[in-house]
Design a protein around this ligand. Sequence first.
Ligand code: ZN
Length: 333
Amino acid sequence: MSIEFTAHTDRARFYSPMADFEEDTVEVELREDPLTGQQTRLVEDVFPHPDERPDISSFVDDDGDCFFCPEMVHDATPEYPDFVEVDRGTVGESVSFPNLFPYAKHANVVVLTEDHFVPNDEFSADLLADGLENALEYVHAVTDHEDPPYASINMNLLPSSGSSVVHPHLQTILDDHGTNAARRRVDAERAFADDHDSTYWEALLEEERDGPRHVGATGDVEWLAPFAPTHHYHVVGITDVTDRPAPNDDVVADLAAGLENVLSYYGSLGLNAHNFSIHLNEGDASPVVVDVVARSPFDDHYVSDAFFLQTLHDERVVDVAPEAYASEAAEFF
Ligand SMILES: [Zn+2]
């Protein structure tokens, strides 16, 4: 077996006030990501599970002075440098422009919708595909100009995911340096491919296709719940495309279809916030892969799901095992 699934369970003991101070134990399962070796702690009941859909209408209905709404977006957002050859990019409803607050040498924003807010379970595949096509037009403009090896298309939705703007948007970043996670991933992908006859992702699919973590397929993209999730309800979409796809490539619609399904699943659980990243790194060992995770349900008094373990220990913590939610997510495929 070319993929190793390594896990260990510790038990924390105490006399519990919930059980008349009898001895109780709680399991802490530690799993290693088969690609990078990074550790995930699986501990039950550490993530808020809303009983019903949080009512956030007073927050999301207020579109006063939103720079991304249709009446402002063409006046209040920046224009691209000359090499991009358009001032702003347009595909369907989506509008793209440089990020005024860039995190990388090349960074843009794609406003996905004319609507000021869209909940997780109302993003259609067509709408997502238009936004991804728009983002990829920028990726190719930058790649033709400079060819930075690291690229990604990313999304935050609602403040509990880190989004400072309600209006749905993507963010693209490209540079020569990569993020910590991108460098770690690409190094591990190359090391795996050097030692095996396939990419890590091909080998992973071979291993997981008939197992309890398989979620489904949309066209040529296959979706899994990873053995060691990066974050809550992590679902990964795996393609066999090793170049940055053309904006009109079929894989774009396949990725968008799967994203619609995963976000609909989150919506069904009352999980209204998410992040995703589509990894577009260079090299035959690094096919296009998308990671999608749920974030703390946003409401008036939400609690961050990034506490000391994630922010200072670079540790991953989830509370539902992928074997438990993969079959639930599969119902949306
Ligand atoms: Zn808006």
